[in-house]
Structure formats: C-alpha cells, structure tokens
Ligand binder design. Structure first.
Ligand code: AHG
Ligand code: MN
Ligand code: MN
Length: 327
C-alpha cells in the first residue's frame, strides 16, 4: 500500500514558522467547505437546487442557487474559527467582517465560492478559488485599505476543482500540491505532489466566440496560437477558469480572458480569481500577465476590480505580452 498523506498532515509539515498551526486549521476548514459544496453540487438536481436564485450580485450577474449556497458555506464554516479577521467574496459587495464575539485571527481570505457558474447545471467541471493574506495587526473593523493588496503579498492560495473527482490544489509558497477527495471516507489524500507546468505545452484556452470583440493585437496572438509551426497546440475551452487552468497545469498550456467590448477591463476579478491563480502559476513554474506585466504586481483599487488575463506556461504568456505590448 502506498503511504496515505492527508491534506492536514501535509500542510502541517509545510507551514511557515509564523503560522503556529493556524494555517493548517484554516486549510482544514476550507477542505470542509469544499466537501459540503461538492456534495451539494452532486445532489442539486433532485434537491431542486439547480438554476437561478432570485438575486443579483454586485457584479450585476444573476446568481445561481449554488453560487449562493457555496458563498454561505464559506461564511458559516470560516467566520467563527478565530483564524480570520475578514473575508472578501465574489458574491458580496463589501468586506465580510468577523463578528467580534468570535475573535479575530491574523489572516484574511479572498474567494470565488463557485467558479464557472454557467456550467453548474450541465454537469461540467466547476471550482472554488481562494487566496490568503496575513494581517499582522487586525483592527476591530478591517478596511478596504487593509485588503487592497497585490498578489505578491499572498501567503497561500488554492482552488478546488469539482470534476470527475474533487481535487484540492494549493500552495503556501513551497510548490503546488494536489489532494484528491475520497468521498466515502471524506478525506483529501495527497495525489499530485509538486505540480509543474510541463515544459512543452499542449493546449490553449480562449473563448474564440469573442474573437471579433478583441483588440487587434489580441487577435494576432490568437491567430499565432492557431497557426504557428513553432509548436503544435490543441484548443480546449471549458468556460470554467479552474477547469481550464487545472488541465493546462497538468498538460501545459495557456488560458486567456482578454479585454473585449462587453468587458473592457477584462472579466476575471483581480483579488479572488486572477491573483490566487497567478500565485499558483508562478509556484508551478508558470506566469500570469494582464498583457503588459505580472498579475501579482497589480494592487487593485477596488474590491471587485477586473483584469485581462493570460496565465499558464511562461513562454506562451510572454508571447501574449509580445503581441499585446510589443515586448
Ligand atoms: P464566475 O462563474 O465565477 O463568474 O467566473 C466565470 C468566468 C470563468 O470561470 C470562465 O473562464 C469565464 O467566466 C467564462 O466566460 P465566457 O463564458 O465569457 O467565456
Ligand atoms: Mn470565477
Ligand atoms: Mn463565481
């Protein structure tokens, strides 16, 4: 029998000296949230939990029932543990403050509770994204100024992918590691240690349905991906950032969501989508850019700020910068 390493044991063995066990228990709570979301996603059809909720989020998007469920799970599982001082969610307008009675911890968490919402009801891969920042001196009320930080200050980030299996992928700055859920036992076991983008990429992932709405330099980059003889790439696009990123991490590739007429600043949000995934990409030997420079250097000036995004194998992302910025 191969050694069975649980996520808790692995995080504990890797956590930085300042964490004193907090990070391990925080990961345990995120893993619990993921298990609840994975279970609900599987049951949604017969529970009547598919389809739209009767509410709209701050982005002006109509929320799905599972978006709302996943967001509630994150708040309920993580607000009373004493390990966080605040949370920021894609689904909530402002900062989620930790009620004073629960005590405040030294971390704040940014998260996209359910990524790839358009795929929820079609049995296609969806995900959750999170990032963790350290707040050395948490105030009674955490402000935007405390939270608007660049990705290069993240102390941890990860995603959970709900596909043919549920996999928890994370980094605390010591490589990227993946754990697969045994649904019978309810435990995540180490299955993908030290994930790295393969040197020779296999895929590119852009929504070519938006081609006519891209800027000419982005179109040229997309044409290059389509036609270059330098490298033979196949096109794959799920429309779930987590799913597209995970496949490209395993087989090599680039995911792009450029600015377009419908989304002049790009669609992907800096704080809880682009930055955590950029952190993971760099830890896996890759790179993430807005077309001009590193995503990790962007300090957002509002919570739900968007950005154009190219992420994956460094060579392919730098090629995007060459086309877009003439670099
Ligand atoms: P979310 O479901 O969290 O709003 O994110 C959706 C994002 C991302 O996951 C995906 O890659 C992209 O939207 C798909 O958008 P298009 O359908 O416009 O390609
Ligand atoms: Mn998303
Ligand atoms: Mn989402």
């Amino acid at each position: 029998m191969k050694p069975l390493t649980t996520i808790e044991r692995f995080v504990l063995s890797q956590q930085p000296h300042y964490a004193k066990g907090d990070l391990t228990t925080l990961f345990y709570d995120i893993a619990l949230s993921a298990k609840l979301i994975a279970t609900q996603a599987k049951r949604a059809a017969f529970l009547g939990e598919q389809g739209y909720h009767d509410s709209t989020n701050v982005q002006g998007e109509q929320q799905r029932k599972l978006d709302v469920f996943a967001d509630e799970v994150f708040v309920k599982v993580n607000d009373h543990t004493g390990r966080l001082c605040a949370m920021i969610s894609e689904e909530q307008e402002g900062i989620i403050q930790i009620p004073p009675k629960y005590g405040r911890g030294h971390y704040f968490m940014v998260y996209d509770p359910l990524d790839g919402s358009s795929n929820i009801d079609t049995n296609v891969t969806i995900g959750t994204i999170f990032g963790i920042y350290r707040q050395d001196d948490p105030k009674p009320v955490v402000t935007e100024a405390d939270c608007l930080r660049p990705g290069n200050q993240l102390v941890a980030a990860g995603y959970i992918i709900y596909g043919t299996s549920t996999i928890f992928v994370y980094s605390t700055g010591k490589g990227v590691h993946g754990f697969t859920l045994d649904p019978e036992v309810g435990e995540f076991f180490l299955t993908h240690e030290n994930m790295r983008f393969p040197e020779v990429p296999a895929y590119y992932s852009l929504n070519y349905g938006a081609y006519r709405n891209w800027q000419p330099n982005v179109q040229k980059y997309a044409d290059w991906l389509n036609t270059t003889d330098d490298i033979r790439l196949s096109q794959r696009y799920i429309g779930s950032f987590v799913g597209d990123f995970h496949r490209n991490l395993l087989y090599g590739g680039v995911y792009g969501y450029p600015a377009e007429t419908k989304y002049p600043d790009g669609k992907i949000r800096v704080l809880y989508e682009a930055a955590p995934m950029a952190y993971l990409a760099e830890q896996a030997g890759g790179y993430a850019s807005n077309g001009h420079g590193s995503i990790l250097d962007i300090c957002p000036h509002k919570l739900h700020q968007r950005t154009p995004l190219f992420i994956g194998n460094r060579t392919l992302v730098e090629k995007a910068e060459q086309f877009i910025d003439g670099k």
